[in-house]
Design a binder for this molecule. Structure first.
Ligand code: PMV
Length: 330
C-alpha cells in the first residue's frame, strides 16, 4: 500500500476538484507524548508498533496559509526558503500526494512558534496544520479521523496534532492504516501545566525516523517496549480519568526513560542527552525528593518538558531558568 493509495481512498473523487477557496488557513497545536510512539511497523505509511497518548500544547504550534501561486514556495516565519532546502523538499513531497495536476503550484506560509527539529515536535504541528489548511482550501470537509490519517502520512506524531487536549493514537491492525488514527480523550484538566525547558536549539543530528529504525533493528531492549507501552497506556488513562497527577507524572517520566533506554541498547547507541539534559533531570529528581510534585518527559532531542500542577507554577518558574509554561486547557 502506498501513501497515494491512502489519499485516493480517503478523498475519492474529491481529489479531482479544484480549490474552492482563495486561501486555505488552519492552526494546529504541537503535542507532547506522555506515552511515546517509538517504532514503525510500516515505514511508508508511518504505521506504529504500538498506540501512544499525548497532550496538545494549545497555543504552541503552527499557523499555515496556503494559496495557489505561479511557483512552489515555502515561507517559514517570514523567510522565503530556497526550493532545495530539506524542509521545503519534505513539505512539497507531501503536497504532491494531493496534487493531481502538475500545473498547480502553491505558496505555503507557515508561522511556527516552536524551534524546528529540536525534539519539540515541530513536524507534528507542521503536517497537521498543512493538511487542515488544504482541507480548508479545497473544502473537502474531512473528519478529524480522516485528517489524522492523512497527517500521519507526513509524520507519525502529526496524527495526534489535529485536536486540542489529551489524544490517543490507536495502533490499528490493517495494512492500509485506515484504523490507525488519533482520537480525543474527552477530559479536561485545567490545573495541568507543561514547562518547556529549551536547553539547546540546534537541529538534531539523527532524525527520529532513523533512530526508531536503528532501535528496532539493533536495540536489545526493544522487544520489551510494546509490553511497557501497554501497561503505561492503561495507567495514563486511569490517571486522566481520576485526576491522579502523581500517576500521570510517574508513568510519563518512566515511559520516556524506557524509550531512551531502548535507544541506548541500539548499535551504534543513540543518546539525545546533552550534559545540561542530565543536570536538569537530576534537579527534577532532587526537587521531587524534597517534596515537589514535578516530573519530566523527553523526546528525540535534548530538551525536557516538565509536568506539574498550577499550584506549583511560581516555584517551578523560579527554579528553572528560561522555562516556557503552557497550560494545555486554558
Ligand atoms: O513523528 P516523528 O517521526 O517526529 O516521531 C516522534 C517521536 C517522539 O517524539 C520521540 C515520540 C512521540 O510519540 O512523539
Amino acid at each position: 500500500v502506498k501513501k497515494s493509495d491512502v489519499v485516493s481512498e480517503i478523498l475519492k473523487d474529491r481529489l479531482y476538484v479544484s480549490p474552492k477557496n482563495k486561501i486555505g488557513e488552519a492552526y494546529a497545536p504541537t503535542n507532547i507524548a506522555l506515552c511515546k510512539y517509538w517504532g514503525k511497523r510500516n515505514q511508508e505509511l508511518n504505521l506504529p508498533v504500538t498506540s501512544s497518548l499525548s497532550i496538545s500544547l494549545a497555543d504552541k504550534g503552527a499557523a499555515v496559509s496556503i494559496k495557489v501561486n505561479s511557483v512552489d514556495q515555502v515561507i517559514l516565519n517570514n523567510v522565503i526558503l530556497t526550493p532545495d532546502s530539506g524542509f521545503s523538499q519534505r513539505l512539497f513531497k507531501y503536497i504532491d500526494l494531493f496534487r493531481i495536476e502538475n500545473s498547480i503550484f502553491f505558496q505555503i506560509n507557515i508561522q511556527s512558534n516552536i524551534p524546528i527539529a529540536a525534539g519539540l515536535a515541530s513536524s507534528a504541528c507542521g503536517f497537521a496544520s498543512v493538511i487542515k489548511a488544504l482541507n480548508h482550501l479545497y473544502a473537502w470537509e474531512l473528519s478529524n479521523r480522516e485528517l489524522s490519517i492523512l497527517a500521519r502520512l507526513g509524520s507519525g506524531s502529526a496524527s495526534r496534532s489535529i485536536v486540542h487536549g489529551f489524544v490517543e493514537w490507536h495502533v490499528g491492525k490493517r495494512d492500509d492504516g485506515m484504523d490507525s488514527y488519533s482520537e480525543l480523550i474527552e477530559k479536561e484538566w485545567p490545573e495541568l501545566c507543561i514547562g518547556l525547558c529549551i536547553l539547546n536549539r540546534d537541529e538534531k543530528k539523527i532524525s527520529s525516523r532513523e533512530a526508531m529504525q536503528r532501535t528496532i533493528e539493533t536495540g536489545s531492549l526493544y522487544p520489551a517496549w510494546p509490553a511497557k507501552v501497554a501497561v503505561d497506556l492503561s495507567l495514563l488513562r486511569q490517571a486522566i480519568t481520576s485526576n491522579d497527577f502523581e500517576l500521570l507524572g510517574r508513568t510519563s517520566e518512566s515511559n520516556a526513560m524506557t524509550m531512551h533506554a531502548t535507544m541506548l541498547s541500539a548499535w551504534p547507541a543513540i543518546s539525545y542527552c546533552l550534559p545540561e539534559t542530565l543536570v536538569t533531570m537530576q534537579k527534577v529528581w532532587k526537587l521531587r525528593d524534597e517534596g515537589l510534585s514535578l516530573y519530566f518527559t523527553q523526546d528525540a532531542g535534548p530538551n525536557l518538558k516538565l509536568l506539574f500542577l498550577k499550584k506549583d507554577l511560581h516555584f517551578v518558574v523560579e527554579q528553572f531558568e528560561n522555562v516556557e509554561v503552557v497550560n494545555p486547557f486554558r
